[in-house]
Ligand binder design. Structure first.
Ligand SMILES: [Cu+2]
Length: 331
């Protein structure tokens, strides 16, 4: 998802289209009139009894055309209002909590914290890597299946399995291309599976984020969100230093900004319900997070990344660019 997909960019393009259309017609009319009524042309006034300065030549006029002068611009303005209000609705109507992926974002001085209110199991597109990870109950299976499109890829050699930050590396079965590891799937712990080649380059990722898990940009974590699903962020500002005598529970003003998507929302200290922002990303990738409100000494270091990944709970469909337009909004 890039900014050209967002509701704001779509609205901009629609206004640009209608602006250019009206502009072309207006200038065509202008140049026609300039040539038609140039100084050397003597106007034909034979059909007009008299011409009065400041009055329309009533003897010969076109009522239909004159009415259209009012009707057409009014329709265009009404149409632009409808376009603008429709975009407003798309922005301000927050998707239902049940039907969206919810994260609480806490802005502190000077990092972002992400608390997942829903769990997320995801993996990279198996069509790109030729590697498929399945972790069900007691068994983790890594299956390699390559087609001609994978000829350029370097062969995977190892898999690193991390359970709540505790990482173990296993060699991959290069003969059968199917590696089975006896490890229990723990739904309440953060889990990652990373397949690498002999040089340690990451070829395929699989991950599980449990409900109520916290990520922090202070630890170098990315915010991870599913594609093709509305993601609703509840935004709060708290203090990061409770030890100071003068510090209050609430922090300072921040603004959560996703510059590549053209969306941002303020984090307001003291606002108990927080603020809300939502988006629906349509293709996987990594995008920047910035703080757009000056919040103190290390404001410029308040940066992070959001990873858009394909959730695998709903089957084997992977998200890519062709799945539709990205929507976004906030309140
Ligand atoms: Cu900030």
């Amino acid at each position: 998802m890039v900014a050209e997909d967002t509701v704001f960019s779509v609205l901009y393009e629609k206004f640009l289209f209608w602006g250019i259309l009206v502009g072309i017609l207006t200038f065509l009319w202008l140049f026609y009139a300039m040539i038609r009524y140039r100084e050397s042309i003597v106007p034909d006034t034979s059909h007009i009894d008299h011409i009065e300065v400041g009055a329309f030549p009533v003897d010969r006029h076109n009522t239909k055309l004159e009415v259209m002068f009012y009707v057409v611009p009014t329709l265009i303005v009404v149409w632009l209002v409808v376009l603008a209000l429709a975009s407003n609705t798309a922005v301000w109507v927050i998707p239902d909590e049940e039907e969206s992926f919810n994260i609480e974002v806490v802005g502190q001085q000077w990092f972002w914290e992400f608390e997942y209110k829903d769990s997320l199991t995801w993996q990279d597109d198996t069509r790109d890597s030729g590697i498929d990870v399945h972790w069900i109950n007691e068994t983790l299976t890594i299956r390699q299946s390559y087609g001609p499109e994978h000829a350029e890829l370097s062969p995977p050699t190892n898999v690193t399995v991390s359970i709540d930050g505790d990482a173990t590396t296993y060699p991959l079965d290069a003969v059968t291309n199917v590696t089975v590891i006896d490890t229990k799937f723990r739904m309440f712990l953060p889990l990652t599976v990373s397949v690498t080649d002999a040089d340690g380059n990451e070829l395929h990722r699989w991950g599980h984020i449990p409900i109520n898990h916290k990520h922090s940009t202070a630890a170098g974590d990315h915010m991870v969100v599913p594609c093709d699903e509305p993601v609703v962020l509840g935004l709060f500002s708290y203090t990061s230093d409770y030890s100071e005598l003068n510090s209050t529970y609430w922090g300072v003003q921040h603004s959560f900004w996703l510059p590549e998507w053209g969306i941002k929302e303020d984090l307001v200290p003291g606002l108990e319900g927080g603020t809300t922002m939502w988006f629906e990303a349509d293709d996987p990738g990594t995008f920047s997070i910035r703080c757009a409100e000056y919040c103190g000494l290390d404001h410029s270091k308040m940066v992070g990344y959001v990873d858009v990944v394909s959730p695998i709970e709903k089957g084997v469909e992977f998200c890519d660019e062709d799945t539709g337009v990205t929507k976004s909004g906030g309140a």
